[in-house]
Design a protein around this ligand. Structure first.
Ligand SMILES: Nc1nc2c(ncn2[C@@H]2O[C@H](COP(=O)(O)O[C@H]3[C@@H](O)[C@H](n4cnc5c(=O)[nH]c(N)nc54)O[C@@H]3COP(=O)(O)O)[C@@H](O)[C@H]2O)c(=O)[nH]1
Length: 449
């Protein structure tokens, strides 16, 4: 029981039950036996559910207890809805079915949504909300996620010319994706911690090319998470959670160590090549990050300019502390790139105050190249600004020859995107690198700087 308890991110305790009494459990012997009282529900399979369990030693918390064949699992009642989303006014609930009884919930749950529960997963619009119901066949508990349509109006505003059926479809997809995100993020901090221990994360590398020649001159290390179930969780789901719960620096250290273990003699063979490592707000405000990069350089034999620090402008919350760390990084030979440029609120202010080596033009602006989107002129302003400040540019998310050609003609020297290569394992990066610039031809002047 202790083993299940300790290795699960979801179960608070396991126990053995006789009648309604937990007679022994991983809560410890001093807990003695605990009387759960009559079960709230008994399913046809014999599974018994207690929906509001309280323990004398944890009076402020409520738990769910699920029993089968004499064994009981205790789960914190808030756990199923412990989800984060940036959409306002979202309602979440777990519900038994067919009874449609709320087990645990957050936000207003309209009785009409409960009435719609019939054992089938579905998405529909009701009472000013887009509602998604999930009713997994294996379990007796389903989930409801509801997003106010006003949130969808905000999102759909920018695409207001799109036809109504497409708008409705987008709404339904958004509700469903909120539900998916909420589900994936459930108790995610605990799961991330355990995944770090179990080494479930790995790296892929996306090449950066010189637009004039197509040569691979660098790569960005991108973290990936494959859970033991085989499910791959994308970084834009778990990175914000890791940032919010204080685990992001452990992730950055993991990335640095993982890259060090894979790099081998990369920089000896390709002295002009560079690898970009992403850092988050917590890293860029902490001088210990400089030490982390110093150790990474020592472990990989990297020289000046071989390792690039990539920080998004959203990560600069305390300008003066960030400026101190960035200055030290640059002094120690780690060029700094401002990532996703143009997506934050204060891009210009940062460029004036902090000296960067590279500006990565965000994909959203690259996407507008050769289109008549209202923002298609912005990319030209970004390019002019970078030129004026003498900052080298890397265009992100380049997907077409037309984009690459246009950017090159405007003076952007470097590009990254699916046109040149998707993120790939390190072994594949080495193969591509050998084809792109055989070692003998590799010049130190192929460095980005
Ligand atoms: N703090 C850390 N953040 C990290 C780390 N690894 C990734 N991330 C951040 O997560 C976000 C999503 O990253 P990912 O899913 O890896 O997507 C990257 C590319 O795959 C994608 N890309 C690149 N080219 C294209 C393209 O042509 N089309 C297309 N649809 N997508 C493309 O863009 C992402 C690269 O983003 P960026 O870092 O902004 O250059 C992302 O914000 C990552 O930064 C990590 O180790 N630490």
């Amino acid at each position: 029981m202790k083993e299940i308890d300790l290795s699960s991110s979801y179960i608070q305790a396991m126990g053995h039950i006789a009648g309604n009494q937990i007679v022994c459990s991983s809560l410890g012997v001093e807990t003695g036996s605990v009387d759960l009282g009559p079960a709230d529900m008994v399913r046809a399979s014999g599974v018994r559910l207690w929906l509001n369990v309280q323990f004398p030693f944890a009076r402020n918390a409520e738990f769910l207890a699920v029993e089968r064949d004499g064994y009981v699992a205790i789960v914190h009642k808030d756990l199923p809805i412990d989800a984060t989303t940036d959409v306002d006014g979202v309602s979440l609930a777990t519900v038994t079915y067919p009874e449609a009884q709320i087990v645990t919930g957050r936000g207003a749950i309209n009785p009409a949504w409960l009435a719609a529960i019939d054992g089938k997963s579905k998405t529909f619009i009701s009472n000013g909300y887009v509602v998604a119901i999930a009713a997994p066949k294996r379990y007796y508990i389903g989930a409801i996620s509801a997003v106010p349509t006003r949130e969808l109006d905000k999102r759909i505003y920018s695409t207001s010319l799109i036809t109504i059926p497409v708008g409705i479809l987008a709404s339904l997809l958004l509700a469903w994706s909120v539900f998916r995100i909420a589900k994936t993020r459930t108790a995610m901090p605990a799961v991330i911690k355990s995944a770090l221990k179990q080494r479930e994360f790995f790296l892929e590398y996306q090449p950066l090319v010189e637009l004039a020649t197509g040569r691979w001159i660098g790569a960005e290390a991108l973290i990936r998470w494959r859970r033991t179930t085989g499910e791959v969780v994308p970084p834009d789901i778990f990175i914000p959670v890791a940032e919010a719960c204080g685990l992001i620096q452990q992730i950055s250290q993991y990335v640095a160590k993982q890259f060090a273990s894979e790099a081998g003699d990369l920089f000896r063979r390709y002295p002009g090549f560079h690898v970009g490592i992403n850092v988050a707000a917590a890293d860029i405000h902490d001088e210990a990050t400089v030490l982390m990069f110093r150790e990474l350089a020592a472990a990989t034999g990297a020289g000046r300019n071989n390792i690039i620090v990539e920080a998004t402008e959203r990560s600069f919350t305390d300008h003066s502390r960030a400026a101190t760390v960035i200055k030290q990084m640059r002094q120690e030979g780690f060029p700094v790139a401002i990532d996703d440029f143009g997506t934050g609120y204060s891009s210009l202010a940062y460029l004036e105050r902090i000296r960067f080596d590279y500006l990565k033009i965000d994909k959203s602006f690259v996407d507008t190249v050769n289109t008549d989107a209202a923002t298609s002129g912005v990319v030209l302003h970004i390019i002019e600004m970078a030129k004026a400040l003498n900052i080298e540019m890397i265009a992100e998310g380049v997907e077409t020859e037309l984009q690459a050609q246009f950017l090159y003609e405007q003076g952007v020297r470097f590009g990254q995107g699916w046109l040149f290569g998707k993120p790939m394992p390190f072994s594949q990066l080495l193969e591509g690198l050998e084809k792109s610039m055989p070692m003998a031809n590799h010049q130190a002047d192929s460095r980005v700087s």
